[in-house]
Design a protein around this ligand. Structure first.
Ligand SMILES: NC(=O)C1=CN([C@@H]2O[C@H](COP(=O)(O)OP(=O)(O)OC[C@H]3O[C@@H](n4cnc5c(N)ncnc54)[C@H](OP(=O)(O)O)[C@@H]3O)[C@@H](O)[C@H]2O)C=CC1
Ligand SMILES: N[C@@H](CC=O)C(=O)O
Length: 376
């Protein structure tokens, strides 16, 4: 039986679903001669790790307990007395995790799976890549830091997978990589890359107020932990940057033109997220509704569109015909039209659910399985 040790960073909506998928796929993986061995899980303040990372794993009952504790909103520190594992708190997490990477990276192999939404993981990920580990990301932030950090992170391209960073479980990154590596130059991508904004726009067309739609998108697991990341366009800008860098464009986030749906006074530095959700959002209802009605009076709809071309990237609201491919999108679906030499008249089109914990976690799991040949 081939064993794939992994350490999970982030145990929110996506991380927990990943643990559930790992446990429920045991019979399937066992038929394939494979065992995913979860050696550690961390949240924002702590790490639980098996007592012997070489040969042991956090067992499935423990993993389900981790999920229960985290869905109750508690810290992993509360698992101190549950089974034979070590629980370490914030100051030690980075040191212990990198020690594990140094022990396992070049012996049994180790996959670092980042399902956090933090920009703080990039330093550790770069370090562990240097120690021979693989990296699988749902988190977009490590790939959208400075070009220097990006180059370091992708310096071992076979050892990094990040399909779920764009389009959740959709095969976007894999398709682009295939086209790039066979020399089919991609000159334009146009698409709707936000499950949250897609859902919000189509619910607005059904007459529901903006504030209610954003809260619903949050409960459905579509939004970022702070939905202003979605509403301000930064989440789409990050996806655009990830794709643009894959195509070889040497861009940073600051080079992307981004339209925000909320004013600066409601930004993260001005009000806490809870305040924004309760008091800020309803103030935006009328303005957005007016824009929707104006578009509708022209027979059009509004979509938050991402454009990547040889001259740069931009993301923002566009008024589009109702019966255009983007205009027909409903719910959390994403759609990308990719134009290249081989797909010049008719684009390659990828469409489907672009957000949600289940599909995102499935994409992460598929990425982990995709690197199994790198493990002894
Ligand atoms: N939901 C979706 O549809 C999609 C999500 N993604 C990406 O997946 C990631 C996770 O999303 P989601 O599960 O919804 O987010 P959540 O906010 O539900 O979970 C984030 C988790 O990360 C933990 N965390 C925060 N900082 C750190 C850190 N420095 N080290 C380790 N863990 C940390 C949090 O800890 P604590 O519990 O202590 O707060 C929490 O457990 C995000 O990057 C998101 O962009 C990508 C595609 C689609
Ligand atoms: N918040 C994101 C989740 C996936 O990346 C979205 O709404 O698309």
């Amino acid at each position: 039986m081939k064993k794939l040790p992994l350490l999970l960073m982030g145990c929110g909506g996506v991380g927990r679903l990943l643990l559930h998928h790992i446990v429920s796929c045991r019979p399937l993986h066992s038929k394939q001669g494979l065992r995913l061995r979860v050696v550690g899980v961390c949240d924002s303040s702590s790490l639980v790790v098996t007592s012997d990372v070489f040969s042991e794993e956090l067992d499935d009952d423990f993993l389900m307990e981790v999920c229960r504790v985290k869905s109750n909103g508690s810290s992993l520190l509360t698992l101190n007395n549950f089974g034979a594992c070590q629980v370490v708190s914030s100051q030690e997490v980075i040191k212990i995790a990198t020690d594990i990477a140094a022990l396992l990276g070049k012996s049994t192999g180790l996959a670092f799976v980042d399902c956090s939404a933090s920009s703080e993981t990039v330093g550790m990920l770069n370090q562990v890549v240097g120690l021979g580990c693989c990296v699988v990301l749902a988190n977009k932030k490590p790939l959208t830091a400075s070009l220097e950090l990006y180059d370091q992170l992708v310096s071992q391209p076979r050892r990094i997978r990040h399909e779920s960073t764009v389009g959740a479980g959709l095969p976007v990154v894999a398709s682009l990589n295939r086209m790039v590596s066979c020399g089919d130059p991609i000159y334009r991508i146009i698409g709707s890359l936000s499950g949250t904004l897609g859902y919000v726009m189509s619910e607005l067309e059904n007459g529901k107020p903006f504030s209610q739609d954003v809260n619903a998108a949050k409960s459905l697991g579509y939004t970022e932990p702070d939905p202003r990341d979605d509403l301000g366009g930064m989440d789409v800008a990050r996806k655009a940057l990830i794709l643009a860098r894959l195509l070889g464009h040497r861009l940073n986030l600051e080079n992307i033109k981004v339209e925000s749906l909320y004013p600066v006074e409601m930004g993260p530095n001005m009000m806490p997220v809870e305040d924004f959700l309760v008091n800020g959002l309803p103030l935006l209802d009328k303005g957005i509704q007016d824009r929707i009605m104006k578009a509708s009076s022209n027979g059009n709809v509004l979509r938050y569109v991402c454009l990547i071309g040889n001259n740069g990237c931009e993301v923002g609201i566009q008024e589009l015909a109702k019966d255009s491919p983007l205009g027909r999108l409903r719910g959390s679906d994403n759609l990308l039209e990719i134009y290249s030499r081989c797909y010049s008249e008719q684009p390659l089109v990828i469409q489907g659910a672009g957000a949600g914990n289940d599909t995102t976690a499935a994409g992460v799991l598929a990425d982990i399985l995709d690197i199994q040949d790198l493990f002894p």
